[in-house]
Design a protein around this ligand. Structure first.
Ligand SMILES: *[C@@H]1O[C@H](CO)[C@@H](O)[C@H](O)[C@H]1NC(C)=O
Ligand SMILES: *[C@@H]1O[C@H](CO)[C@@H](O)[C@H](O)[C@H]1NC(C)=O
Ligand SMILES: *[C@@H]1O[C@H](CO)[C@@H](O)[C@H](O)[C@H]1NC(C)=O
Ligand SMILES: *[C@@H]1O[C@H](CO)[C@@H](O)[C@H](O)[C@H]1NC(C)=O
Ligand SMILES: *[C@@H]1O[C@H](CO)[C@@H](O)[C@H](O)[C@H]1NC(C)=O
Ligand SMILES: *[C@@H]1O[C@H](CO)[C@@H](O)[C@H](O)[C@H]1NC(C)=O
Ligand SMILES: *[C@@H]1O[C@H](CO)[C@@H](O)[C@H](O)[C@H]1NC(C)=O
Ligand SMILES: *[C@@H]1O[C@H](CO)[C@@H](O)[C@H](O)[C@H]1NC(C)=O
Ligand SMILES: *[C@@H]1O[C@H](CO)[C@@H](O)[C@H](O)[C@H]1NC(C)=O
Ligand SMILES: *[C@@H]1O[C@H](CO)[C@@H](O)[C@H](O)[C@H]1NC(C)=O
Ligand SMILES: [Cu+2]
Length: 559
């Protein structure tokens, strides 16, 4: 059948130079991901890395809203692997969500698992990444969900679309980096470079490095689908002499606004339009870290270039200075500009009533560790619970009623209130456990995420699986339950799946628990996830099969 042939053909589409082909139509998109070791000499030092299909960044998945996607993942490496489709709602299909030991056991060496999910009610840029160990450093790629056939973007159609994946690069093996840190109980080494589409641009230690080049034609408009795939760093993005018009974040349209700097946290995606309206030339693209706490980061700026057609190679590059590393006002200005489009076609369905009002502290701690350097290790927690990974996946335990894997007594608020952003605590230790918070189907949740000053305040990009949420408020200092809710935006708050909780401040989100299953929530700084800044919600089934988790696929990996 011609249709079936086209669907096979779609899986073969090779996306050259990150430009997107949008011509092939079909309702099921089948992909094959071979997880392999790849020797790369692309960056300054040659080393073997784990990749999908030998590519870094990995392949782009292109599909339309309402399509079903299948990805056959074959594990050819020595590590346990699982892949998460970051931001995809996975309505009733938690088995395909991917976080190891949360919704599935990992795919063991030599193993195979077919992820199958449907793209319902979402269009825009998302991404996929490994969700086990620190493999996502090199195992990641983009997901482009086009609107339904014939449905236009709610903004002028760009002449071309380009995926821009930002990453972090270590000269050492990333598993060695985190293993060394876990052994010592200390913070892991920061990365050695940031990357733009797999390339840091010329570096002090490696001048020969070319850097990613984006060719443009004068007068044309381009949509950049920017993804922060870095492990541990929030990033600023700038292009010399060019303004960026933000039109979508985390696959949700926003009210367009124009800025010269984009702030993007690990896990987040941002679509921005750029018009080649300047004098024909070469313009620097700069990616640099944002960190407004006393914490070490990789302070190198990755660079790429925008090149107008017909410009000589010898033309001097127009430069741009990155914002200062601690540019809190630049970060705030960006975050405060984000609003849901909230049009008739794309309404912001903010829950106006709240069934569960939750208050979670997020931050660091110190626990005893006799074998560690100082006899202690740095940990992280939510409401003073440092999450312990189970050895049976939580979704299986929930679905098959296996007892003893988790408890559902995650505290709805701190058991011992304190001056969260102050410094009067004398004990920094935490509790450990595999605790979940239970929600009835359709219940509405307001969650205030409060950063703590324990060890140091720090911005935490919190990611929720299975849902989008509305960011109804944010502030600095301690959340005030009497005053702050009066200023919540319940009309057009930005809707997303990952939000940065400001350093020494709080963020309030709302969502409706209309997706049954077990849904991970964690800091998207991989180091904090490793340290235990994670928990999960268990959402019970509603009425009938349409409101219940589907049965697990027969090839679901076993532990
Ligand atoms: C990578 O390079 C090493 C030696 O540098 C070699 O032993 C190994 O076979 C190579 N692996 C692949 C997958 O090419
Ligand atoms: C981490 O950095 C230290 C100090 O530079 C170095 O000695 C160590 O080898 C690094 N660890 C890894 C795994 O690269
Ligand atoms: C970046 O960090 C290194 C190591 O901490 C430091 O020596 C250097 O001065 C920093 N560079 C900038 C531009 O801040
Ligand atoms: C070890 O503990 C001492 C005393 O508490 C502290 O000053 C030092 O920073 C710690 N070392 C590391 C590497 O964390
Ligand atoms: C698990 O328990 C629930 C509620 O008691 C029940 O409805 C369901 O059938 C059980 N599932 C299995 C797989 O035993
Ligand atoms: C909390 O701590 C901060 C900083 O130490 C201090 O300024 C503030 O007054 C404290 N608030 C309360 C309610 O104690
Ligand atoms: C967290 O729990 C530990 C262990 O029970 C306790 O010592 C500590 O005081 C608690 N901290 C907070 C902030 O509640
Ligand atoms: C959940 O909400 C939907 C739509 O609002 C409604 O049709 C359905 O009956 C509700 N289910 C439960 C279990 O409340
Ligand atoms: C379940 O959903 C399907 C498709 O959305 C619909 O056709 C069917 O009527 C629904 N069944 C129930 C019991 O609501
Ligand atoms: C891989 O996963 C299996 C199943 O959970 C586990 O038994 C095994 O120890 C894991 N292997 C490694 C190397 O972590
Ligand atoms: Cu964090």
């Amino acid at each position: 059948m011609a249709g079936a042939w086209l669907c096979v053909a779609a899986t073969m589409v090779v996306l050259l130079a990150f430009a997107l082909s949008t011509t092939v139509e079909c309702r099921t998109r089948n992909y094959k991901f071979n997880v392999v070791m790849t020797n790369t000499t692309k960056l300054c030092k040659s080393k073997p890395i784990v990749t999908v299909n030998g590519r870094f960044p990995g392949p782009t998945i292109v599909a339309r809203e309402d399509d079903t996607v299948t990805v056959k993942v074959v594990n050819h490496v020595k590590y346990n692997v699982s892949i998460h489709w970051h931001g995809i709602r996975q309505l009733r299909t938690g088995w395909a969500d991917g976080p190891a030991y949360i919704t599935q056991c990992p795919i063991q060496p030599g193993g195979v698992y077919v992820y199958k999910f449907t793209l319902t009610g979402q269009r825009g840029t998302l991404w996929w990444h490994a969700h086990v160990l620190w493999l996502r450093a090199t195992v990641h790629g983009s997901i482009v969900i086009l609107p339904k056939l014939g449905v236009p973007y709610p903004f002028p159609k760009p002449n071309k679309e380009v995926v821009v994946v930002l990453g972090e690069w270590w000269k050492s093996d990333t598993e060695a980096v985190i293993n060394q840190a876990q052994k010592s109980g200390q913070a892991p080494n920061v990365s050695d470079a940031h990357t733009i589409n797999g390339n840091p641009g010329p570096m002090p230690s490696c001048l020969a490095n070319g850097g990613f080049k984006l060719p443009v034609d004068e007068g044309k408009t381009y949509m950049l689908r920017i993804i922060n795939a870095a492990l541990n760093e929030e990033l600023f993005f700038r292009i010399a002499n060019h303004k960026l018009t933000v039109v979508e974040v985390d696959a949700v349209y926003v009210k367009p606004f124009t800025t010269d700097t984009i702030l993007i946290a690990p896990g987040q995606t941002t679509n921005a339009l750029i018009t080649a309206s300047q004098k024909a030339g070469k313009y620097l693209m700069a990616v640099s870290p944002f960190m407004d706490a006393p914490i070490a980061v990789d302070n190198l700026t990755a660079t790429a270039s925008l090149r107008y057609s017909g410009v000589l190679t010898s033309t001097a590059m127009k430069l741009v200075a990155p914002p200062p590393q601690n540019a809190t006002p630049v970060a705030n200005a960006f975050m405060n500009s984000l609003r849901s489009l909230n049009s008739k076609t794309y309404p912001a369905n903010v829950p106006l009533t709240v069934d569960h009002s939750l208050f979670f502290t997020i931050g660091l701690g110190i626990n005893a560790c006799p074998t560690c350097v100082n006899g202690s290790r740095v940990v992280a927690s939510i409401n003073n619970v440092t999450f312990v990974m189970p050895t049976t996946a939580l979704l299986q335990a929930h679905y098959f009623n296996i007892s003893g894997v988790f408890t559902d007594d995650f505290p709805s608020k701190p058991l011992m209130p304190f001056n969260y952003t102050g410094s009067q605590l004398t004990s920094f230790s935490t509790n450990t456990g595999t605790k979940l918070y239970r929600l009835a189907y359709n219940s509405t949740v307001q969650l205030v995420l409060q950063d703590t000053g324990i060890l140091t305040p720090e911005s935490h990009p919190i990611h929720l699986h299975g849902f989008n949420f509305f960011v109804v408020g944010r502030g600095i200092g301690n959340f005030n339950p009497n005053k702050d809710p009066k200023n919540f935006n319940l009309v057009d708050p930005v809707e997303r799946n990952t939000v940065g909780v400001p350093t020494g401040g709080w963020t309030a989100i709302r969502f409706k628990a209309d997706n049954p299953g077990v849904w991970f929530m964690h800091c998207h700084l991989e180091v904090h996830t490793t340290w235990g800044l994670k928990m999960a919600f268990v959402v019970d089934n509603g009425k009938g099969p349409n409101e219940s988790v589907i049965p697990p696929p027969s090839d679901l990996p076993k532990c």
